[in-house]
Design a protein around this ligand. Sequence first.
Ligand code: NAI
Length: 289
Amino acid sequence: MKKVAVLGAGIMGAGIAQVAAQGGYQVLLRDLQENIVRDGLLTVENNLAKAIQKKRLTTQQRDEILSRIQTCTDLAEVHDADLVIEAVVENMAVKKQIFAELDHLCQPHALLATNTSSLSITEIASATRRPDKVLGMHFFNPVPVMKLVELIQGLETSADTVECARQFTKQIGKEAVIIQRDSPGYIVNRILIPYINEAIFIRGEGIASSEEIDMAMKLGAGMPMGPLELADMIGLDIIYAVVLAFYSEFRDPKYRPHHLLSTMIRGGYLGKKSGRGFYKYEIEKHEEG
Ligand code: NAI
């Protein structure tokens, strides 16, 4: 495996392109418009500049990494990639359309991976004639920092495909865990989201304040962040959507969201991004234009 194409130059795609180039792969980063791909590349350049400041990288290494990243807007240019990692918007119709096109464009040996956090790998694979070569590769944000990649097998993903993806993950300096069944939330979110939801129940039942709940989990359970601070960072609307997705998929009341969560969202309390959630935040003001 030599050439990797990354589709989507947003938060996740830019990070995936960076770590793949750091791992020595030739990378093609693709998005819909020139300016979006340029922003993605700028994110990579800024990340590498920070690594140089911290003396984790030399300028020569930076130049080598950047020389391995090409960009494009035409999907047809990914035709010679050995591995395609899709990180576009979380929308099944869009992903299926892209996978169907990739299936026609790419060489028969190419692996097609999706970074989806909640959609079915099996359903995405069904848009191709090579479901054995389709898998989930779920990276974590921020990609250059977080060590884990969850590798998810769809119904027809072959053992060879998983093995190739595992080797790629190792080569880019990350650890893989294998998810043998395409199931909502995989491992990390299946545990993390109900944990956060339970903290919201404790808050909603008036058992303790946000500060006390967070302090309890940091000092009593050794968590680096409290569950409600973490909820604010992820976004309360995202937490709500994931809990509801678990609820509708598993039909188990243990995944019901507390009404405090829906009430907060209706009131515009979305967490850090809206300036208020379980805590208040200063929103950075940027000038228009
Ligand atoms: P984002 O919104 O930052 O980036 C998505 C990019 O996809 C945008 O640049 C957009 O222009 C591009 N795009 C949209 N439609 C496209 C198309 N048809 N073809 C090519 N590019 C297209 O989104 P983000 O956060 O990077 O998420 C991408 C994927 O990664 C989603 O599936 C998401 O669920 C998943 N994910 C996100 C995580 C996060 O913390 N943000 C964590 C793990 C997975």
